[in-house]
Design a protein around this ligand. Sequence first.
Ligand code: UD1
Length: 340
Amino acid sequence: MAGRRILLTGGAGYIGSHTYLALSEAGHAVTILDSFENARRSVVDRLGRITGRPVDVIDADVRDAAALDAAFAQGRFEAVVHFAALKAVSDSVKRPLDYFDVNVGGLTTLLKVMEAHDCRRLVFSSSATVYGVPDETPTPETAEFRAMNPYGQTKIIGEQLLGWLSASDPRWAIGILRYFNPAGAHASTMIGEDPRDIPNNLMPFISKVATGELPKISVFGDDYDTPDGTGVRDYIHVEDLARGHVLSLGKLFESGEGHLVNLGTGRGYSVLEVISAYKRASNRDLAFEIAPRRPGDVPIYVASAEKAAEVLGFRTEKTLDQMCASSWAWISGEHSGGTD
Ligand code: UD1
């Protein structure tokens, strides 16, 4: 496919930065728009070092219509890959207004500006969280919406908004990607997941226990109805996930039509299995204790990965061991832990 001019909102974040590299490698001209509220500025410099090319960045919030309008006037983008959003579940329970403002308001603002500039191709970051506690695992895309918290609700509303928009005007072509649990880091060891605060998610938490920054892992519940009693998730290597966006975008241009797919591997691992894999990768003894269940947690999330294979030709390539090894290479390497 010929290179396209792409706007990548939230492109300095964890998944966004890996997707920047995948899109650039595929020959697209990518502009990042990021507020840097939850991303480090040093990421931009690193992306430039990895690609050997200057990175086009706009420092703006996705709710800022004037900034978006100026970006479109200048960049004449042919499509948008939209990551910019808030994503911490417990935080969303404490400040729902901010989640609706950024995740729904930001999306609406972006769509209006896109329409004004005649740009109607969008890849949207959704999440397995829209399934709530699903009746079926592996979970197919046909499973119903179940909001468990404000964050999940904003993703459901986003998807519904996009559905109505596509129905209103067939020129829209929108790819909705429901991510399962992204993990791992880029092979360069220059970028990866590096939350500013104590991580909420399992893999970054384990990585900080491995480096000695945190003392031990709390395993949230060992009495679930799963093989070893701990929560099971479908971890997907962030580089595989990034590649999914390249395929999604390619499909939008090729078919002129939208799609809705899960991005996962189709296979689940328990918390204890992830800890064991990380032990092997890091060669560190990782202390853990069994703690109470985390409120709102789901016992099992595993994707049905068939539709993404059919529609996009997407198949994951990397294993859990590779996720852990790349995470460890990144977090124990010289580039992690920036202070900016
Ligand atoms: C969480 C969110 C999800 C969001 C995703 C990405 C919840 C309920 N879900 O997914 O909506 O899209 O993050 O931001 O918060 N675990 C531990 N100890 C820890 C951390 C996690 O045992 O310190 C366990 C959890 O109980 C779970 C598994 O590890 O079984 C994965 O947890 P996590 O990485 O937080 O992801 P999700 O809960 O799947």
